[in-house]
Design a protein around this ligand. Sequence first.
Ligand code: ZN
Ligand code: ZN
Length: 885
Amino acid sequence: MTSLHPSPVATDGQGAVPGAAPAALPGADLLEALLSDTDPEHDPVTHVHRLPARDPRVSEWPAWVGPQLRGRLAERGVLAPFSHQVAAAELARSGRHVVVATGTASGKSLAYQLPALTALAEDPRACALYLAPTKALARDQLASVAALADSSVRPAAYDGDTPMEERDWVRRHSRWIVTNPDMLHRGVLPAHQKWSSTLRRVTYVVVDECHAYRGVFGSHVGHVLRRLRRICRRYGANPVFVLASATVADPAAAASRLVGAPVTAVTEDGSPRPGVTFALWEPPLTERTGEHGAPLRRSAVADAAGLLADLVERGARTLAFVRSRRSAESVADQARRVLVERGRADLAPRVDSYRGGYLPEERRELERALSSGALLGVATTNALELGIDIAGLDAVVLAGYPGTLASLWQQAGRAGRAQRESLVVFIARDDPLDHYLAHHPRAVFGRPVEATVTDPTNPYVLGPQLCCAAAELPLLPEELTDFGGAAAEAQVAELVAAGQLRSRPTGFYWAGRGRPDVDIRGDGAAPVSIIEGSTGRLLGTVDGGAAHATVHGGALYVHRGETYVVDEFDVQDACAVVHPESPEWTTVARDVTDLTVVSTDRTRRLGTVTAHTGVVHVTNQVVAYQRRRLGTGEVLAEFPLDLPPRQLRTRAVWLTFDERAIARADLDDVSVPGSLHAAEHASIGILPLLATCDRWDLGGVSTALHPDTGAATIVVYDGHPGGAGFAERGFAVLRQWLQATRATVASCECEAGCPSCVQSPKCGNGNDPLDKAGAVRVLDVVLDELAAAADRELDEQTDGGRDLAADVPSEADRTPVAGPASNLPADDAAEAGAGASLRRRSDGASGRGRPTQGDDRTDIGRRAAGADDGPARGPSDDLSDDLVF
Ligand SMILES: [Zn+2]
Ligand SMILES: [Zn+2]
């Protein structure tokens, strides 16, 4: 890829920079040039998608938007609003809660600024609350509102960074308060009397980037918003909620669940978009081998570095997104080296890395350098995804799936200048989801399939949140509808029985001491402190649930992109002592998991296969860890660990196979375990396509005979206490989920399984046994049965018959499952079952390691509270890509 392609297009005057590279080519030509030297046999590009430029669709200003606001917008270059901005603004103005879910940089802000600023201009007492998931975004929005609002609005931030002496001022004088859910939860709602003059006048609540609120954290935020609505109501206010979301599947449902009230979605995007050539790219298999001799692909980071060098050489201003700081540095280093080798040492200084966490001035400096062309190539974590203003770039390279489609589009959206087409290259990493995306462009470019998932009825979220609400103001029975109806009533009864709430004729009162201490970013377990031994400095915390697998003695621990080795993990005191070190190995925890079925909520009979969802009890024990060579995954040594087992009660989705199904899949006693295990791994790898989680949020168990089900069983469970909605989503979209899983496994060109299909980086069982071919046959049987069930449903519908097939809710809400423990109440059943169950293949959850640790485990705590580099799923501590060239 070294040939210099003559530039047919002179553009933008970028060539004026000293030592200039040739001006960049438009996207499609750029891609062709990049590939001109590639051996067609090994063309890594699996698909090229052209997104044509889109013309804007504008609307008239609504009559109610005042001339002043219009004038200020005109000064800022907004001469006419886009159609989606007006549609959303009109809905909000009419008093409807609305979510605007349109593309990156489509101007969603105007959708809430129009109605909210108008209301504030019309009523000098009206207030607005604006919530953002990151401080960077909050500051940007603050500046934007300040430029548009009347002087009486006095927009101000009220967050962890607001100095104490300013807080009173903000509360008294600001009418546009920029804050976040954490601050609402800890600062505003518990002190609502102090805030009463604001809360009684709130007319609009803006929830920006609301897709960031997902999983357990999102479920907590949902309750914080319910608490806010309740308190406002008590003070006589009934604010309209305007939410902004990335394009996701069914934004109205997700937003309604978040707010706890019906929300209307606006999804028709009226903004213009420059044309983009979007290439999907999969690095080829190499000679290198990993676990059990599986072939490994060239790393995404290596290809990103090569592409960055190629693009810079062609004068294209490029951002390369990678998943960790260390990868960012390694990509920049490698790209510079390539340039020097090619005799373009002059370009090497124009390549740099950006690791996030820099001061605002440094960010601005970087923006300037990129905008002026002084810098041509920057490798970055997702820190540059939001809150940075770079006039469009020529190319964006994504090294690996950033975790959500919203993030992918956010990053891709950094490319594109008016008038000229840009290039985006998505490089698949060596894992099932990336592999699937590289071969299924519809999943990327088609109708969105990824849903923002929350579960506000999770008892581990609901209970603490009801305590918070009761501590703020006594809970009235009729208010429980808002907090989850029957689930909330049951929870309140439990809290009363436990002495945490007191029932009085005037409502339910908080009976505990002080205020309830609820961490909305944790999963309930006490966090473990990470302390640097030599200095005693507190580096951060890890979720208690994740700690055993990630900070056990000897673990390689990654904190904000820096690596440490754990000297000692004290379970009792919940702290881990570490020292900085960057060894050439990483660690993987080995664990054993027992899983018992507590209750089945819903069952779907599919002939020889049955799908279930319900509550499970998981006992997980980290028993050892392995040191593995970076890059190849070669096991260097294994060390035993002596850690206590931990319990997790959560929600799961599971499949049971009767003997006919096993026979149809042509499996014998030897191939059953490996086939189920392989199908389980791949399905865990793929569920994040359909729900906003990642494989580290999930756990799994598969077994040829599970005592609770009496059958061959594959279980995928949610790694968070009480569940975060992932298992339900899996049950709801079972067919789509398993189709994608099957396609991933079947299309992988490896022979017997590799990290791109059925091997899991966190398998507690060392990826053994795995039967790739058997997994495809098992999945085929399930898919056949699902297809037959769908046909039956269709027939029954056309016959006018009742929809009998499938989806039969079990009688009442929760029926204990059949099996040895079936006649016991749920709790006892869990215990009885635990004793009875086998130690079986563990794809255990509730750890947090990245490709390093443990098995299929959770990750909610991976982000330190208040971290400021992107929405909830932070830059990962991903080492698997590093330094493998
Ligand atoms: Zn494979
Ligand atoms: Zn496994």
